[in-house]
Design a protein around this ligand. Structure first.
Ligand code: FES
Ligand SMILES: [Fe+2]
Length: 422
């Protein structure tokens, strides 16, 4: 479970590009204090558009560089003005250069730095040994005509119990369906369909989990394709990703990326900047965790397991076969990396990284689109009126979503307006 530098799992996780901040956030404030895998860092975007991710503390006398300022090139410390570029080189030491112009003291100073790349509205860090692999362009990042939003929350528990949830299909029936029904006060006696069969398979970029619930058959895509537990710390359900990013051993940054296709009447649709928001997890009035939305329910389960879940007290059963598989494979792959092997699922070939296909239930729907008339007859899960995954969506993002979808404030399609325009 440990993620610090030099730990078995920390060294494995450092072989992957990790999303850790929304790119749009840096438009507002170009420096940000970041804690990632137990390391205190500062993210910045300088005047030339370069991103840097460097040690939080200045190598001169340890001032906090998140209070420094960015210049055309690099980040300058606010204490005595030393300046660093995104590769970690010290490029200015004002008083030293006056006192000893020939000493070139700065050439002997570097600051810890990690590469950062922007992709799909997110900033990704690579904290492992160089050369870094490619940043994978997962297939949905290339889809057009969708409303995308990024949602971030800090969860006060270890990352790995969050990721175990990604390969646990049975929880969906209980934590979301059955509990959700009770939370909504629905007592009509109808029980959500129960799981009859589950199966787990490994593929190049992770695992798939497959299920058959009451009323579904072996022909259903949930059985023939399945959903994805994306290596090493992500859940991918077809149109959204949820990364469980370790802040340190006791805290996790939940980073969600959500895609909703707009109806064809609203095409072409493009976003200038992908919007983001920070989702609350606690109900300040009651002091309890928020229970109302899908991922909030997951958060309740994760933090409930303890800061770091005590696996010695568990009693694993048949429903946990995916969890057991993932634990075993993570440990094997961590040992493989420690022994000098290439990390599973990393991509070195830029041509491969440019477009990486994943198993997707209902891919045709995301590619072919739909019309406003389909919405009226379709399931609310396919055509969501509201954001069901996390509580606290800011009003301006709710509004931007409705505008993108051509929805009236009550969530119904604004067909008349489109017909008039046509
Ligand atoms: S502590 Fe940063 S320049 Fe002195
Ligand atoms: Fe869940």
């Amino acid at each position: 479970m440990e993620v610090g530098p030099g730990t078995l799992m920390g060294d494995l996780l450092r072989r992957y590009w990790t999303p850790f901040a929304p790119a749009a956030e840096m438009d507002k404030q170009p420096t940000k204090a970041v804690r990632l895998m137990g390391e205190d860092l500062v993210l910045y975007k300088d005047g030339s558009g370069n991103y840097g991710l460097v040690d939080r503390h200045c190598p001169h006398r340890r001032a906090d560089l998140s209070y420094g300022w960015v210049e055309d090139c690099g980040l300058r410390c606010n204490y005595h003005g030393w300046k660093f570029d995104h590769s970690g080189k010290c490029i200015d030491q004002p008083f030293e250069e006056i006192a000893h112009p020939d000493a070139h003291f700065k050439d002997r100073i570097t600051i810890k730095s990690y590469p950062v790349q922007e992709r799909a509205g997110l900033l990704w860090a690579y904290m492992g040994p160089l050369p870094a692999p490619e940043v994978p362009v997962w297939e949905p990042f290339t889809w057009g005509n969708g409303f995308v939003q990024i949602v971030i929350s800090e969860i006060p528990c270890n990352w790995f119990q969050c990721q175990e949830n990604s390969i646990d299909p049975v929880h969906f029936e209980w934590l979301h369906d059955n509990w959700g029904q009770r939370l909504r006060g629905q007592t009509n006696g109808q029980k959500p369909p129960t799981h009859l069969r589950i199966a787990f398979d490994e593929f190049e970029y992770g695992f798939t989990y497959r299920r058959i619930r009451e009323g579904q058959s072996e022909q259903d895509e949930l059985w023939t394709v399945g959903r994805v537990c994306l290596w090493p710390n992500c859940l991918f359900t077809g149109n959204h990703f949820e990364w469980r990013v370790p802040i340190d051993d006791g805290r996790t940054l939940s980073v969600g990326w959500f895609f909703d296709r707009v109806p064809e009447e609203m095409e072409p649709f493009r976003q200038e900047r992908i919007p983001y928001w920070y989702g609350p997890i606690k109900d300040e009035q009651t002091g309890r965790w928020i229970e109302s939305h899908v991922m909030n329910q997951d958060f309740v389960a994760w933090v409930g397991q303890g800061g770091v879940a005590d696996r010695t007290q568990e009693h694993l059963g048949e429903s946990d076969r995916g969890v057991i598989l993932m634990r075993k494979r993570m440990l094997e792959e961590a040992e493989n990396v420690r022994a000098g092997g290439e990390a599973k699922g990393t991509i070195r070939d830029p041509k491969v990284a440019r477009f990486v296909q994943l198993p997707i239930v209902g891919r045709d729907f995301f590619l072919a689109g739909y019309s406003m008339r389909d919405v009226a007859n379709g399931s609310p899960f396919r055509y969501p009126k509201n954001f069901i995954f996390q509580a606290g969506q800011p009003e301006e993002i709710t509004q931007a979503y409705r505008d993108a979808m051509g929805m009236l404030p009550d969530g119904t399609p604004n067909i008349r307006e489109r017909v008039t325009l046509a």
